[in-house]
Design a protein around this ligand. Structure first.
Ligand SMILES: *Cc1c(COP(=O)(O)O)cnc(C)c1O
Length: 364
């Protein structure tokens, strides 16, 4: 049986390796495995969210409120937008999927940076679209505008801060790109790590409200990173009403679960958790910078909850990642992105201690 031919060119998304795999393959006890591979919040689940989930466990037989009114109302209040300007997805990943399905076909192309979030390409390829990348792994405004003029992509993806490199665009550069393209090109501003960037340097903070000024732009946010709810799968898109109405046609009913919905609502009531997460992160990431400097390793100045170490030959990212894995430390090898680099999610102080110890062993 022959599947749709567009699927032939798709490489599956390579998720961070699960703890279970290390336990199975290397016989390491689960409590000794340190997972710093998926940019999850190392503090864990917000206790008040945990309580809310536990108290509502008896509602698992009920479908969620499909209008997701309460969550949209809370997001609308947080960002100063209207409920009609918000769409909820099972992770912002699902909103990316709606966007690709709504706008792409075999005639279209999409533009993204050389090294960026893998799902942009996967969703675009599912629709048969062509992929165009800028030359640099950083998001450079001139490269984006030059590639736009040459290829006239249907969608431009700006991942700021960028996963898996951690670099960021200024708010000014983001708006310059949006203002440089014609209204038939959609600019997607993926702010999965925006909370971290905004806390580090205000000039990099792009808000949903900034993006709402343009009919051909959409802002994406998620509860998976700073809010610590990766396992609940809740994300959102914020754009003008017409664009949201288009995307809503692609949304399956009840696309997030009853418990995910209430978890996200509860998480929004507790901004202290987010600021505590960011404070811990800012303290711990400095240790990674100092450690790298001591070892003579280059790193990318990070605006996210992870840091990327860049290696020079003969150091080899795949070999280092494998050695770490055998020692129970899961990080992300970026060889598949064409980089001799690893991405490490900044963990708790204890997790980071273990990383430093095992990394030193791995490169010895
Ligand atoms: C984590 C991440 C997302 C979305 O994650 P969801 O869990 O699907 O909300 C989107 N974009 C980038 C760049 C990410 O790193």
């Amino acid at each position: 049986m022959k599947a749709n031919k567009v699927l032939d060119s798709i490489k599956n998304y390579e998720a961070g390796k699960p703890i279970e795999l290390v336990v199975r393959e290397f016989g390491i006890a689960p409590e000794e495995v340190v997972k710093l591979a998926s940019n999850e919040n190392p503090i864990g689940t917000n206790p008040s969210v945990m309580r809310a989930i536990a108290q509502s466990a008896h509602k698992a037989h009920l479908y969620p409120d499909d209008s997701m009114f309460e969550l949209k109302e809370a997001l609308a209040a947080k960002y100063g937008v209207s409920e009609h300007e918000i769409i909820i997805g099972a992770g912002s990943d699902q909103v990316l999927e709606f966007i690709a399905r709504a706008f792409l076909d075999e005639e279209s192309s999409v533009l993204m940076s050389q090294v960026t979030f893998a799902m942009y390409e996967i969703y675009a390829r599912q629709m048969g679209a062509k992929i165009v990348r800028t030359p640099s792994y950083q998001h450079k405004v001139d490269e984006f505008i030059a590639a736009y003029r040459e290829h006239h992509p249907k969608i431009i993806y700006l991942c700021t801060p960028n996963n898996p490199t951690g670099d960021v665009m200024s708010r000014e550069d983001v708006l310059t790109i949006i203002e440089s393209v014609d209204p038939h090109t959609l600019v997607v501003v993926d702010g999965a790590y925006m909370e971290y960037a905004a806390a580090k340097e205000a000039r990099h903070a792009v808000t949903p409200k900034d993006i709402l000024a343009y009919p051909n732009a959409i802002y994406l946010g998620t509860f998976s990173k700073a809010y610590g709810l990766g396992g609940m799968r809740v994300g959102y898109g914020i754009a003008q009403k017409g664009l949201i109405a288009t995307l809503a046609k692609l949304r399956p009913p009840f696309n997030i679960t009853t418990l995910s919905l209430l978890a996200a609502i509860e998480a929004l009531k507790d901004e202290q958790f987010v600021s505590d997460s960011i404070a811990l992160h800012q303290e711990q990431i400095k240790r990674y910078e100092t450690f790298a400097e001591e070892k003579g390793i280059r790193y990318i100045d990070s605006y996210t909850n992870f840091i990327t170490y860049l290696f020079d030959e003969p150091m080899n990212s795949t070999q280092i990642a494998n050695r770490l894995l055998e020692k129970g430390v899961i990080i992300r090898d970026l060889a598949s992105y064409g980089m001799n680099a690893i991405r490490i999610t900044v963990g708790t102080a204890e997790q980071n201690d273990i990383f430093f110890e095992k990394f030193a062993e791995a490169i010895a």
